[in-house]
Design a protein around this ligand. Structure first.
Ligand code: ADP
Ligand code: CDP
Ligand code: MG
Length: 191
């Protein structure tokens, strides 16, 4: 049974930044759904490259069968991890139902880390991220924020009703955000 923590929040809220610090210090393996999709897009011989790129540019969500299989394959490469940080997933109802279908009985979902940050700040962070991503431009960001508001936030609310959401204000400097995030992990694991 793999321990899983879902990490959600608007684009640019700091999911990747915080996950890499947790991975470094707490023995969880960071799996970014976006990074896995970008790697699959680049993989020679992938039949999904063009489909993935069109979703990424449009800020829409790739069908779960693709994303969930990438996540499960990556988890199987790290069988001894303390747990997995599943970053940027589940982002819509299709993601959630596909995950449940494919992963139930194989994973224990510990909690959802929700990094909350005002959207205007998030957009500025993305525009200054400097990773050369095809979706870090004003047009794509508008669509990504719309997708977040209409599809992802309802998923966070769904987990909220199950008392699974741990919200941390990620508008603050990284060190302060991280300090609070560590407390959440300590409480969950009684470290
Ligand atoms: N707490 C923070 N304060 C200021 N900048 C941040 C903070 N967290 C992340 N960043 C920066 O914002 C950008 C987006 O962060 P990232 O971790 O990629 O977010 P996400 O994965 O949620 O899109 C990066 O350039 C990162 O260095
Ligand atoms: N579960 C997911 C995660 C990302 N994606 C796609 O990948 C894009 C980038 O996701 P990301 O997690 O790397 O973006 P950030 O929130 O880190 O900025 C999203 O806008 C979607 O198009 C997806 O389709 N399904
Ligand atoms: Mg990210």
């Amino acid at each position: 049974m793999f321990n899983v923590v879902f990490v959600l929040g608007p684009p640019g809220s700091g999911k990747g930044t915080i996950c890499s610090k947790i991975q470094e210090n707490l023995g969880y393996v960071h799996l970014s759904a976006g990074d896995l999709l970008r790697a699959e897009r680049e993989r020679a011989g992938s039949q999904f490259g063009a489909l993935i790129e069109s979703h990424i540019k449009n800020g829409s969500i790739v069908p779960v069968e693709i994303t969930c299989s990438l996540l499960e394959n990556a988890m199987n490469l790290h069988k001894t991890a303390n747990g997995f940080l599943v970053d940027g997933f589940p982002r819509n109802a299709d993601n959630l139902s596909g995950w449940s279908k494919q992963m139930s009985g194989k994973v224990h979902e510990q909690f959802v880390l929700f990094l909350s940050c005002p959207v205007d700040i998030c957009i500025n962070r993305c525009l200054n991220r400097g990773e050369g991503r095809t979706d870090d431009n004003v047009d794509s960001l508008k669509k990504r924020v719309e997708t977040y508001n209409n599809q992802t936030f309802p998923i966070i609310e769904h987990f909220g009703k199950l008392n699974m959401v741990r919200e941390v204000d990620s508008e603050r400097p990284v060190e302060e955000v991280y300090e609070d995030v560590v407390k959440v992990f300590e409480a969950a694991n009684q470290m």
